[in-house]
Design a protein around this ligand. Structure first.
Ligand code: GLC
Length: 433
């Protein structure tokens, strides 16, 4: 139990972080390490901003969607301002756009966030929300056309960064197929700002840059990417988030009387709901990554596996399997949800996506658990998240073993998740509504 004084202090600090990371219409993930607008950071951070400034919250999403490409993609980074030394910056991506952007996308949480906002914020949102829904529909259609051109019902990523879970062990085998012999020498900046033990390895970065080079060389042409990109995998996190986003887009479109959007989103959703089963691994007893180039399924679970419950309704048998695996994981670590299977040789409690707990992933998993009739398990995740923040403040992520914070400090989405969800004050308010 966190005492009331500490809760009040953390509530204030979280707001201060979001205000300090505000660059005028968009919020940076953290000062220094990530000085631009990141797609899913920004969308999830909006939930925290909504707790104290509704108008500013809507602006965050509007600003992100204003960087949408003509083909519908909403990029993973928008370089709104010049920042010397960030790597890889606009000249590596060569998006040929103003403002410059990266050439890839990130998990599409924005539609889900917009739906949360329409429920959470008072007022008539029609005028503001309608153009957003049009943009989201085009983005989701881009996923269908560009990342699942054969209509198999799962979307692929062409770069680990697209998943938002940069150095997950799932990428090790598919990345090993990527030729890095043409990668030029480069200078990373992240390891000058935070402890190298908490970041991806140089070896990983060579592969990340080879894929950036591949995209740049074909001018981010989606057909060439789908046919030839050496890294082409379907993973449960991205696919669950997209399913969820389509579901939320359908609900929003019906609510705001936009039947054409509802019809298109429903058609895409039916395909994704059906296709998701391809990611089930009998050996792992859960959803895992499918390497589409080799048609090879991964047999280890990650935090993306848990997002299946957030993605949509799960059948009873599989839901029970998830709950018993959750019990097993809770025996192995002090704080859930680790980003990778604890006990596996690749598990590393402090290295980024190879073990640490992330607050916003916990919110998504908890949302799925609550919707499956397990508010008790959802509450445990909120308690763990609150305990981590109490112990280590608003860090980028936390060790599931010790609770130690890692990566950047004063992190926007951690602060947002505290305000919107994990703070005992917020939870009390939600219960009394
Ligand atoms: C890292 C994370 C990614 C996040 C970005 C900015 O690349 O893996 O999920 O969006 O940092 O915080």
């Amino acid at each position: 139990m966190i005492d009331a004084e500490t809760v009040a202090r953390l509530d204030t600090q979280a707001q201060q972080i979001l205000r300090a990371n505000d660059r005028g219409g968009y919020t940076v993930p953290t000062k220094g390490l990530y000085p631009f607008q990141w797609n899913w950071d920004s969308a999830l951070t909006t939930l925290g901003i909504a707790c104290f400034d509704a108008d500013r919250a809507w602006q965050e999403i509007e600003k992100l969607l204003s960087a949408q490409w003509d083909n519908g993609m909403v990029p993973h980074i928008v370089f709104w301002q010049h920042e010397e030394g960030y790597f890889p910056g606009p000249s590596e991506w060569q998006s040929e756009r103003t403002p410059p952007t990266s050439g890839i996308t990130q998990p599409p949480v924005a539609a889900t966030v917009v739906r949360q906002l329409t429920n959470f914020l008072p007022g008539d949102h029609r005028t503001r929300v309608t153009p957003m829904l049009r943009a989201l529909d085009r983005w989701h259609q881009w996923f269908a056309d560009a990342r699942d051109p054969d209509g198999i019902g799962v979307v692929a990523i062409m770069h680990p960064w697209e998943s938002g879970r940069d150095n997950l062990p799932d990428w090790d085998a598919p990345l090993a197929q990527v030729d890095t012999s043409n990668v030029r020498a480069f200078m990373r900046r992240d390891t000058q700002l935070v402890n190298a033990a908490e970041r991806p390895l140089n070896h990983d970065y060579d592969h990340y840059m080879a894929l950036v080079q591949f995209g740049r060389d074909c001018q981010w042409d989606v057909k060439t990417i789908a046919e030839k990109c050496p890294f082409w995998v379907a993973e449960p996190g991205m696919n669950a988030i997209l399913r969820r986003a389509e579901r939320d887009l359908v609900a929003l479109a019906l609510h705001f009387n936009l039947p054409d959007i509802a019809t298109r989103a429903n058609t895409r959703l039916a395909r994704l709901d059906h296709g998701f089963n391809q990611l089930w691994s009998d050996i792992a007893q859960g959803y895992t990554t499918l390497d589409l180039r080799k048609n090879k399924i991964e047999h280890r679970l990650s935090s993306g596996s848990w997002l299946s419950l957030y993605g949509g309704p799960e059948n009873d048998i599989r839901a029970k399997i998830h709950y018993s695996t959750l019990m097993e994981w809770r025996q192995k670590v002090r704080f859930t949800m680790p980003s990778f299977a604890p006990g596996d040789p690749a598990f590393d409690d402090i290295r980024y996506w190879r073990g640490p707990v992330w607050a916003m992933i916990n919110w998504m998993i908890a949302t799925g658990l609550a919707e499956h009739g397990r508010p008790d398990l959802a509450d445990q995740l909120a308690d763990d998240t609150a305990a981590l923040i109490e112990q280590s403040a608003f860090r980028e992520y936390f060790s599931p073993v010790t609770g130690k914070g890692g990566g950047g400090k004063d992190f926007s989405w951690t602060a947002a998740m505290w305000l919107y969800w994990a703070s005992p004050n917020t939870r009390q308010q939600t219960e009394t509504h």
